[in-house]
Design a protein around this ligand. Structure first.
Ligand code: MN
Ligand code: MN
Length: 465
């Protein structure tokens, strides 16, 4: 009797795998396979947007700038400087009643090249780097790294660079001290063990064959770059080159239940929302998918979510629907609903002491809803209204999607944020809603295939509402 009452009254979340039949497991594994394939060709924000555009084009989406007017059912996108993208399907209901927005980010922690990166020292050529986002620097040494990005010449010619992904390409690495001579280093605090200024990428060691010339190794590297791309050293000053792990996303575990891969924060939510959107046809409320940039460094800049580019996109929709009028944009935002689709800290039993077990996000227990972010006394957090949380719960229940309400770590341990507050500031109802991750911001992050599928189902259900 007590057991029955307990089942009725308790909020107990089992592992999602426990109620997954073989047929559903097959679907879960298939989606993860597609996701890993996508991750392997979309390691940077520019690459992600390029792949997203390809997918959108294949699925009947059109560049909004090419259309003069819009009608119900139209599928459009807007690409901002190749680094962020917004997609929309015009809904049957008047847009004045609000939109259903899902917003993720496609940038991930990494190492960028400095504006003057190339130098020679002690028989080697190096690229100097500047880390991007919150990283534990020691994790980025002694792993294979690849070089991705663009070099833009003064005549506007853009050279795309991608070295280290193909099996036949060379890779690059950042060296670390051998333990035999690391006594002093090992005494340092972990955060000081590797200094930012020492994250220098090893890129060559053959001198240019000329006895008289100085800096022969640097010269040889520049000569290679010149022959390959037609650039000189100064062209590296107008470049955006990113170093990311050269390894591929792979299935993890003997039971094949997890995905290990670089950049899953937040490409796991970006991919699942994009994949869900590609399968939508008619929607009641205008569905909007945001793939933003610069979240990892505070969403600033004209490709970050803080910029007015998103307002511009929605204004374009209002203009091209022929409904725009003063203050309509404000009204649309105030009546909109949003899932801020960003990853959550997964509970790691090895580091259990940073989490409150009653409020942690567990891998394999489904999509994680984070009612509020921020740190300490919820400082800087975006806190979803109870009414909206209930509305989202209802959508999930109706669609039989397992979810968990979580917090990022113990109260006074740390904290974090997402793009949620930016849309909340416009008056939109927002809740964070994403996939729990282990080793977040590390070169190799871990997620559960069950949660990936559950994110995809959640996003599809939200837009179909
Ligand atoms: Mn994130
Ligand atoms: Mn992050």
């Amino acid at each position: 009797m007590g057991e029955e009452l307990k089942e009725k009254l308790f909020n107990v979340k089992l592992s999602g795998w426990e109620h997954t039949d073989e047929q559903e497991k097959e679907k879960i594994f298939q989606l993860s396979k597609k996701y890993m394939d996508f991750l392997n060709v979309a390691k940077t924000e520019r690459e992600f947007i390029k792949q997203a555009q390809k997918l959108a084009d294949e699925n009947g989406y059109q560049d909004i700038s090419k259309l003069d007017s819009l009608k119900v059912g139209d599928k459009v996108y807007f690409i901002n400087r190749g680094k962020s993208m917004y997609l929309a399907i015009i809904g049957e209901n008047s847009i004045e009643n609000g939109m259903h927005i899902i917003g993720s980010h496609v940038d991930s922690p990494r190492l960028d090249l400095k504006p003057n990166p190339l130098y020679e020292d002690g028989g080697f050529a190096y690229f100097k780097t500047h880390y991007y986002g919150g990283i534990k620097k020691y994790q980025w040494t002694t792993i294979p790294l690849s070089i991705h990005g663009v070099i833009v010449k003064t005549n506007g010619e853009k050279i795309e660079v991608n070295i280290g992904e193909d099996e036949n390409d060379p890779i690059f690495t950042i060296t670390d001290l051998l333990p035999h001579l690391a006594q002093e280093q090992m005494e340092k605090k972990l955060k000081n063990g590797i200094e930012g200024e020492n994250l220098n990428l090893l890129i060559g060691s053959i001198p240019y064959k000329d006895k008289k010339v100085s800096e022969k190794i640097k010269l040889n590297i520049l000569n290679i770059l010149n022959q390959k791309y037609g650039i000189t050293e100064v062209d590296l000053t107008s470049a955006e080159i990113e170093l990311v792990p050269a390894f591929k996303a792979r299935t993890l575990g003997l039971d094949e239940s997890m995905v290990a891969g670089y950049g899953q924060d937040d490409k796991v939510c970006a991919y699942t929302s994009l994949a869900a959107m590609m399968e939508l046809d008619k929607v009641k409320n205008t569905a909007v998918c945001i793939l933003s940039d610069k979240e990892e460094i505070g969403s600033m800049g004209n490709t970050g979510m803080e910029s007015h580019m998103f307002d511009f996109f929605i204004s374009e929709i209002l203009n091209k629907l022929g409904v725009n009028k003063p203050n309509l944009l404000d009204r649309v935002f105030c009546f909109s609903k949003m899932l801020s689709s960003d990853v959550d800290a997964g509970f790691d039993p090895i580091y259990a002491n940073v989490s409150d077990k009653h409020n942690a996000g567990f891998l394999g227990k489904g999509i994680a809803l984070v009612k509020y972010t921020g740190s300490r006394g919820k400082s800087g957090g975006s806190d979803a209204n109870a009414e909206f949380v209930a509305w989202v719960r209802n959508v999930l229940d109706k669609n039989k999607i397992q979810y968990q309400l979580t917090e990022l770590g113990k109260v006074d341990i740390g904290g974090g944020g997402t793009i949620a507050y930016i849309l909340a500031n416009k008056g939109t109802d927002v809740i964070d809603c994403g996939v729990p991750v282990l080793s977040m911001h590390a070169p190799y992050e871990v997620t559960s295939k069950y949660d990936i599928y559950s994110a995809y189902k959640t996003y599809k259900a939200f837009w179909s509402e």
